[in-house]
Write a protein that binds this ligand. Structure first.
Ligand code: 1CP
Length: 333
């Protein structure tokens, strides 16, 4: 069993595996090289050879315990025929949402449209660099995908005032998302994903009263589905106020925490395996500060099944040297 599965499934506390959210990405010069000549990001995600190569890039440099497949949560609306583009210095830009169009799509069309994503997982699985590593597949949570599909761009700090104005449309989309997220998860697992992480990057935009409808109920359905396939599931409800409630209701196999939460409180309140927490900005400081902060997290979770990771994705301006030092510090602990 790979170290990450040991921690999640067997609740091992004597090992601290490490992987980093967005480890395959913009802070790597070899990624930027590929990206420079592949200006269409969606096309890049649909190039199975390059997508698998990018997935493996961080594993060639650092002693990481997981490969997270190079893809994007927005491949889902793309697979549903909503237009998705990534604009330089702006981020994702989605086309108008046509409910009739989306309702017509069947499973075969969807899988066909994003098939190379699954083939890339298969290539990663076959590569010897991933021996004894965990291959992590992922999806966006229904709520976070709904945010992008309706807002059509990053919500940054807040939702538009009229976000919830058309409840019928929102409920229809949630039903469609539930169906196709399950298809997407199943195909990733069939092609070699050994753990699924569900990214709810915009969970923090909702107020308490809206959590059951938009987060708890739809995410629980996905979590139950992943479990029914015999695969562990990690949830990352970034920005949520009450992680304890979330864990008790959604019941993921492991919880990934963001950098705004107090790790001491979390270690005290939560029994399931924990992942992440450290602020990615620490990697922009110096080695001494970095080491201190890493050791802080490792000490707090010393008697807890814990996977080292950050509290959000690694920043593009991070120096390779700092990432190297991070992995070494975790391994030496
Ligand atoms: O190593 C990896 O993690 C690579 C695979 C990966 C993953 C897991 C990418 C590649 N994206 C994601 C998840 C993802 N995508 C999330 C959830 C995690 C998070 O909160 O960071 C989200 C919200 C997205 C949407 C998205 N895609 C954004 C964020 C926009 C916003 O609202 O602020 C961006 C910038 C992208 C593009 C993207 N996806 C991945 C990369 C390497 C890039 C950058 C592409 C580039 O400009 O070169």
């Amino acid at each position: 069993m790979s170290p990450i599965t040991e921690v999640i499934v067997n609740k091992k506390t004597n090992i601290q595996p490490v992987w980093i959210m967005r480890q395959a990405g913009r802070y790597l010069p070899e990624f930027r090289e590929i990206r420079k000549v592949n200006t269409d990001f969606i096309k890049l995600c649909l190039n199975e050879k390059l997508a698998s190569e990018i997935t493996l890039q961080p594993l060639k440099r650092f002693e990481l315990d997981a490969a997270i497949i190079f893809s994007d949560i927005l491949m889902l609306p793309y697979g549903l025929n909503q237009k998705v583009e990534f604009k330089k210095n702006f981020g994702p830009l989605l086309g108008d949402l046509n409910l009739d169009e989306i309702s017509k799509i069947d499973e075969v069309d969807f899988v066909e449209k994003i098939y190379p994503v699954y083939k890339a997982i298969n290539l990663v699985k076959k590569n010897k660099l991933t021996n004894n590593k965990t291959i992590i597949g992922f999806t966006g949570a229904p709520w976070t995908l709904l945010v992008y599909m309706i807002n059509k761009q990053s919500p940054k700090l807040k939702l538009k005032d009229d976000f919830f104005k058309d409840e019928f449309v929102i409920n229809r989309i949630l039903i469609i998302l539930e169906k196709f997220l399950k298809v997407h998860i199943k195909n990733q697992i069939d092609n070699g994903a050994e753990v699924i992480q569900i990214f709810d990057s915009w969970a923090g935009l909702l107020s308490e009263k809206d959590l059951p409808n938009y987060i708890y109920i739809p995410t629980l359905s996905l979590v139950d589905y992943v479990k029914s396939l015999g695969v562990p599931v990690i949830c990352f409800p970034r920005g949520i106020k009450n992680y304890k409630n979330y864990c008790e209701i959604v019941k993921p196999d492991a919880i990934c925490i963001d950098y705004d939460v107090d790790p001491i409180l979390i270690a005290d309140q939560i029994n399931i395996p924990i992942q992440g927490g450290m602020d990615p900005k620490i990697l922009l400081s110096d080695k001494e500060t970095l080491k201190k902060e890493i050791n802080k997290y490792l000490n707090i979770f010393k008697h807890h099944p814990y996977i080292f990771n950050l509290g959000h994705g690694i920043l593009p301006e991070t120096k390779i040297e700092m990432m190297e030092y991070l992995v070494k510090t975790v391994k030496d602990f």
